[in-house]
Ligand binder design. Structure first.
Ligand code: DC
Length: 219
């Protein structure tokens, strides 16, 4: 059984998917981390996202792979483990900007589909239910209000001791949502057969339990 979880930035997809994967004994595949690793490649070389020819020309040759260490996904970029480098806001924004290009998507979708063939997976991203795993047995569209998502990110950064501004984070999130939802290639949208869960007023455990219930019904 494959479980697809899509939704905008900060909806809680990865927290929920990680917990579910542990409970169910599935492999968690964080596809955003793959787009982030590719984004890091371009950032480190000073190649702007708007340079379509350079980004598309290089995308296919960039070696992105994943492996699991103690059950945690690690992303390798040309053989280097870049897990610790890809969580920055600039990397997330660059990932959103380069993910509009079909050449980038084709490369990473092929990798994601290959992984899903080898095991039961819980995969999260923007196009999993609509494009990567159209036959997934369970599809969830997880969302929350922009304010709730920005506040969660704000609290996370504050806990890490990083200074930040709540309204700037919300603006960033709204811009990223708009780009992810309005691109021509596999935009973020709820698949026709996906169930909508709004996590604005729900705790992590409540969302996990709701999805577990759906999985039990589908088995
Ligand atoms: O989930 P995330 O914030 O790590 O994703 C970073 C960006 O990567 C996101 O804004 C858009 C892109 N992305 C995508 O286009 N398709 C996916 N399946 C996952 C991420």
């Amino acid at each position: 059984m494959n479980i697809a979880i899509d939704g905008p930035a900060g909806a809680g997809k990865s927290t929920i998917a990680k917990k579910l994967a542990k409970d169910l004994g599935y492999i968690y595949v964080d596809t955003g981390a793959m787009y982030r690793a590719m984004a890091l490649y371009f950032l480190e070389r000073g190649i702007p996202a708007l340079d379509k020819a350079a980004v598309c020309g290089l995308a296919d040759g960039i070696d992105i792979s994943i492996l699991y260490q103690d059950g945690q996904q690690q992303v390798l970029l040309n053989g280097e483990n870049v897990n610790d480098k890809i969580r920055r806001e600039d990397v997330g924004n660059m990932a959103s900007a380069i993910s509009v290009y079909p050449a980038v998507r084709q490369k990473l979708v092929a990798l994601q589909q290959k992984i899903a063939k080898t095991a039961d997976v819980i995969m999260d991203g923007r196009d999993i239910g609509t494009c990567v795993l159209p036959d997934a047995e369970v599809k969830i569209y997880l969302t929350a209000s922009p304010y709730t998502r920005a506040k969660r990110r704000f609290d996370e950064l504050k806990e890490k001791g990083e200074g930040c501004d709540l309204s700037a984070i919300q603006k960033d999130i709204e811009e990223r949502d708009f780009r992810d939802m309005h691109r021509a290639a596999s935009p973020l949208k709820q698949a026709d057969d996906a169930l909508l869960i709004d996590s604005s007023e729900l705790g992590i455990d409540e969302v996990v339990e709701a999805i577990r219930k759906i999985c039990r019904e589908r088995q």
